[in-house]
Every structure is written in C-alpha cells, then in structure tokens.
Design a protein around this ligand. Structure first.
Ligand SMILES: [Zn+2]
Length: 161
C-alpha cells in the first residue's frame, strides 16, 4: 500500500502551489521561462536589499566616525543609551547580510547550472506530450469531473489520513 502524502497545512499549500505551477506552465518552454524568471527575480531582490544594507551600514559608520568619541557632558547618558539600543541591531543586520551574501552565491551557482537546461528546445509534438502529462498530473481543480470526484472522496468515511 502506497504511503499517504502528509496533509498538514504547509504541505497542502505546497501541493496546491506545485500543481498550479504545472497547470499554468504545462510546456517545457513555459517551465524554462518560469524557473529562469523565479531565479532572476530572487537574485535581483536579494542583491538589491544587500546593497541597501551595505549603504546603510557605511552611512552609519561614517556618521559614527564624524561624531568621534562621545563627549562626557550632562545628558550624554541618554545619547549612550540610544547608541546601545541601536548597537543591538547591527549584529542581526550584519548576520543577515552574510546570509544574503551566501544565498546570492548559491543562486549564482544554480544560475550557471540552469543555463544549460534552458538552451534546450523540443519539437511541438514533445511539447504536446508535456501538456498531456501536465493535465494528468495537475487537472483543473474547477473541472466538473474533478469536483464530482472530490465530493465522492469526501463522502467516504474514515479515509486514512
Ligand atoms: Zn506536512
């Protein structure tokens, strides 16, 4: 007996998303475009955020240098408190920057590998096979037959979950 796939909310959301991507991109060409766009948008966004954080850090560093050592005048305690509060953040931000840098390095490697995959073109009859299989793997959930089948399944008591 085949093992039942996990039905927790996270997995169900994943199955839905997975099936939607097949249904809406049922050819090799479309899968290539979809995955390339997903990879590029991830890289663009993460890279831009990293740049912004770097700028932010440089600005706050040069501001700290310009101010010099904190003068010991009345009220300096408040300034020191404020600086201490902000000092808690840069650690987390610095960690995030290192993590993002890692992610971008991995995405760059994946891109180099993916380029090969995306060079491939297949004849229309093979694309037609893709569409057929996509229809079997991820049928339209609003399809009348599918709705009827779902109703039948949900009427079955004590379905193993
Ligand atoms: Zn799960």
């Amino acid at each position: 007996m085949p093992e039942e796939p996990c039905q927790c909310p996270d997995c169900q959301r994943f199955y839905r998303e997975h099936d939607r991507l097949i249904r809406e991109n049922p050819t090799l060409r479309q899968q290539q475009e979809l995955n390339w766009a997903a990879l590029q948008s991830f890289r663009t966004l993460a890279g831009r955020v990293m740049e912004e954080l770097q700028k932010q850090q440089e600005a706050s560093e040069s501001a700290a240098n310009a101010t010099g050592p904190a003068p010991s005048v009345p009220g300096a305690g408040a300034v020191a408190d404020q600086a201490g509060e902000q000092a808690g953040e840069p650690d987390a931000v610095q960690q995030a920057m290192a993590d993002l840098e890692n992610i971008n390095a991995h995405l760059f490697s994946i891109e180099a590998l993916m380029e090969r995959i995306f060079d491939v073109r297949v004849p229309e009859e093979v694309e037609q096979k893709f569409r057929e299989v996509a229809g079997e793997l991820a049928p339209d959930p609003l399809n009348a037959d599918r709705l009827r089948l779902n109703r039948l399944l949900h009427q079955t008591p004590d379905l193993p979950g």
